[in-house]
Design a protein around this ligand. Structure first.
Ligand SMILES: Nc1ncnc2c1ncn2[C@@H]1O[C@H](COP(=O)(O)OP(=O)(O)O)[C@@H](O)[C@H]1O
Ligand SMILES: [Mg+2]
Length: 485
């Protein structure tokens, strides 16, 4: 029902407008034709009357009504298709083209007929009515006859000539005309209704199609698309809706990707947590159920259990950091600071670890003041992560260098090592969460796989990017650029 209402409305409006137009048109036609015929009839009547006038002028009544004249005059009226009556000044009928002379005295007095009364007053008179005898519509015209050169004494004269013209024929014709127009209108209206129904269908079809697609989209089919063949408003609407759908699809792809990344991350987290927890559980069970002859051996087990708990703690710390960064909870506070000062402090704190791995950690230009803008606490975390990697994935007697230098865009901070290097195929993915080049090594040195992900986040929050240059068996260089302070 709803689907077709537009079509029905359009059709109805069409039919209504056209009906009004046709009604006005046929009314106007009929009226103007009637007026035209009326005028022609009046004209005809006046013509005939003036001819009768010229026929009878200055003719005494007796010569008009002698049998030969009587017949000739009757024939004249019959030929004109009307009835001619002559009336004297007292209203008596003295001639009638359709009655013989001897029955005239049975006619009633015509002096009070409207056309005669008008002719008496104005010279010419006219009326339209049903005839008293035939009950048929007639047009009556009367003329007061002039007899300028006929003295009264010469005898009686015809005072009024009257013509009666039957209207039945014309009225029948008009009835036929009205019927014809009416029938033609009905046929035309029927055709127009069909045509406008078809046209309205054609017009509303694209809208129906749009509605059908919209219904599909509503039910969740985002692959649907709005088809159109025209470049009118409906075409524009379809284009617009398609653009909206496209955006929606893109957004949805993004959302699904995020969802996938999330669930993947959750899976990774559970997996990463399970390993140290199981290992820890194993050591603790051994410690509970075994009796150790060698106290050194027992101490070794305790130490391993402790290492697992440290690993667990690192993992949780990194996880909390990542989630705080991603949720936007970790706010950066940017301020100018001395980069070399910061590097020096970090370098000092790393010396113990460096000694464990037999690696030398140095600052390139210690004490040289180099101001940059950033959040020193978060950057400490970044440099610590990079430097710890540089130490842990180094070789014995390797070196790690922390430094900074002026570049056109600002101050570049770098952590370079002489370690094992990272094969090029890993460069793109190394900043992903839990991505490791060498899983065994990472686990052995207590890595979480989250360090570089945290680094990337923090550096991006500083409006910069981490650059990596690395060559296998030669070393790696991680760097980023800060704004000058
Ligand atoms: N300086 C480096 N030299 C060689 N490999 C590195 C270096 N820094 C990082 N890596 C590789 O990148 C991986 C990811 O680093 P990171 O995110 O810090 O995790 P992890 O906790 O394992 O250190 C490491 O497991 C290691 O394989
Ligand atoms: Mg690390």
């Amino acid at each position: 029902m709803m689907k077709f209402s537009l079509r029905y409305k359009l059709t109805l409006i069409h039919i209504l407008l056209i009906s009004v137009m046709m009604l006005c048109g046929s009314l106007f036609t009929i009226l103007s034709m009637q007026r035209y015929y009326q005028k022609r009839l009046n004209h005809f009547m006046e013509n005939q009357l003036s001819q009768v006038q010229s026929l009878l002028i200055n003719t005494p009544l007796e010569s008009v009504t002698n049998p030969a004249h009587y017949q000739a005059l009757s024939a004249y009226a019959a030929a004109g298709g009307f009835r001619l009556t002559l009336v004297d000044s007292s209203g008596l009928v003295r001639f009638d083209s359709e009655l013989p002379a001897d029955s005239l005295d049975r006619m009633e007095n015509h002096g009070s007929r409207p056309e005669i009364i008008q002719a008496k007053r104005e010279g010419i008179g006219q009326d339209q009515r049903l005839s008293a005898s035939l009950k048929q519509p007639f047009l009556y015209g009367a003329l007061r006859l002039k007899h300028d050169y006929l003295p009264q004494s010469e005898g009686e004269i015809a005072r009024y000539a009257r013509i009666a013209y039957p209207l039945g024929e014309i009225q029948n014709q008009f009835r036929d005309l009205r019927l014809t127009i009416f029938l033609a209108s009905i046929v035309a209206l029927a055709l127009i209704s069909l045509l406008s129904y078809w046209l309205a269908g054609k017009l509303s079809y694209p809208i129906q199609k749009l509605a059908a697609v919209a219904e599909k989209v509503k039910r969740g089919d985002l692959e649907a698309s709005f088809q159109h063949s025209s470049h009118d408003e409906i075409g524009q609407l379809a284009d617009l809706l398609n653009q909206m759908l496209g955006k929606l699809r893109e957004d949805l792809v993004q959302v699904r990707k995020l969802e996938q990344v999330r669930s993947q991350f959750l899976g990774n987290v559970s997996h990463e947590l399970r390993t140290p927890i199981f290992t820890l559980q194993g050591y603790l069970e051994t410690l509970m159920h075994s009796t150790f002859d060698d106290p050194e051996q027992e101490k070794e087990f305790i130490s391993r259990a402790y290492q697992q708990s440290v690993r667990l703690n690192n993992l949780l710390t990194d996880l909390i950091d990542i989630s705080r960064i991603e949720s936007g909870e970790m706010k950066m506070i940017f301020r100018p600071f001395d980069v070399n000062g910061l590097l020096g402090k970090i370098c000092d704190e790393l010396q113990v670890k460096a000694k464990d791995y037999a690696v030398a950690v140095t600052v390139t230009s210690p004490g040289e003041k180099k101001m940059a803008i950033g959040d020193p606490e978060r950057l400490t975390q970044v440099i610590n992560n990079l430097a710890e990697n540089a130490i842990k994935y180094n070789v014995a007697d390797g070196r790690v260098e922390l430094g900074c230098r002026d570049v056109p865009e600002g101050v570049e901070v770098y952590v370079a090592d002489t370690g094992r290097g990272i094969p090029a195929e890993h460069h793109a993915r190394i900043f992903e969460r839990f991505y490791r080049v060498d899983k065994e090594r990472s686990r052995a040195v207590g890595g979480t796989g989250l360090g570089l992900a945290i680094v990337k986040h923090i550096i991006e929050a500083h409006g910069s990017r981490v650059q990596l240059q690395s060559e296998v068996n030669k070393g790696s260089r991680f760097s980023f650029v800060l704004k000058k302070g």
